[in-house]
Design a protein around this ligand. Structure first.
Ligand SMILES: Nc1ncnc2c1ncn2[C@@H]1O[C@H](COP(=O)(O)OP(=O)(O)OP(=O)(O)O)[C@@H](O)[C@H]1O
Ligand SMILES: [Mg+2]
Length: 262
């Protein structure tokens, strides 16, 4: 079974950046090939990993579901959609990537989400790790592209509003029929000078204890502004090193197998 890491948080906090660097950590340090799932309709995980994609799961929706196309002989609609999802997997030597894409039109996306969820459950035996990059806010969490999350990273910007949003996201996760084993708050883009006193007070008041804190990092910012993959930035990058240190503590080597029976 896969160890699933999901990222959530307010817009622009660094979810995609940290998802890409987590994928890099899993390949470089744990020596495993994870599945990255870009569940953000704005689809930016591919760019952060230097992967161009042509097909997203949403592309098939209209044709397959709404127009009720004929399915290949002997194939059920469900099996056919599963096959379409498989076709969307982008294979790279060290990781695979699945892009959800943007649902268009007023039609319901639940059907595909439900199938994707089932499919990810199945895929669980093929990957030791799944990294799920989500869109900003909280709404997506209720759409549930997965049943089970082992580690949810709630990425928080170092502002009062950022802290309050992180708190709301944590609260929302309690109301979802989604099993989340561990949730942790991570501060990202922290000023080199210091964390604002008001932010510290707000964290305290809201009872949030960030488990990691990453400083504002020029190399990361310039990589994204220059369209450079985060797989290409220096191995000694301070954020990558700090994230690796954090992941070492929270992500078991060997995926979920390592935690079974422990
Ligand atoms: N530690 C950091 N230091 C400096 N810049 C950062 C850091 N982390 C992320 N960024 C930059 O912040 C911007 C937003 O990051 P990113 O796209 O990862 O956020 P996001 O939470 O995924 O955003 P969205 O909600 O739009 O999906 C990018 O330009 C990225 O390079
Ligand atoms: Mg993003």
């Amino acid at each position: 079974m896969s160890f699933t890491i999901a990222l959530a948080g307010k817009g622009g906090t660094g979810k995609t950046t940290l998802a890409a660097l987590t994928i890099r950590y899993i390949t470089e340090t744990l020596g495993e090939s994870p599945l990255g799932v870009d569940a953000d309709p704005n689809s930016s995980l591919g760019a952060a990993l230097g992967v161009e994609y042509e097909k997203a799961i949403s592309d098939m929706r209209e044709g397959v579901i709404e127009k009720r196309l004929d399915f290949p002989a002997g194939m059920s609609k469900e099996r056919y959609i599963e096959y379409c999802i498989e076709e969307c997997i982008i294979e790279r030597p060290r990781f695979d990537l699945l892009v959800m894409g943007r649902p268009e039109g007023p039609g319901c996306y639940c059907y595909v989400n439900n199938l994707l969820r089932k499919y990810l459950d199945k895929m669980s035996s093929n990957y030791s790790y799944i990294v799920l990059d989500n869109e900003a806010g909280m709404e997506h969490l209720s759409r549930r592209t997965t049943n089970r999350v082992d580690l949810m990273l709630v990425v928080c910007e170092p502002t009062v509003v950022g802290v309050l949003t992180a708190k709301r996201i944590l609260k929302l996760t309690e109301t979802l029929p989604l099993s989340i084993k561990e949730k942790v708050v991570i501060l990202n883009k922290v000023p080199h000078s210091a964390l604002d006193k008001k932010v510290q007070e707000c964290l305290h008041k809201e009872g949030l204890e960030p488990r990691a804190s990453f400083l504002y990092d020029d190399e990361i910012f310039f990589a994204s502004s220059g369209g450079i993959s985060l797989l290409e930035i220096s191995k000694d990058n301070a954020t990558y090193k700090a994230l690796s240190q954090f992941l070492k503590e929270y992500v078991p080597a060997g995926g979920l197998q390592a935690t079974v029976g422990s």
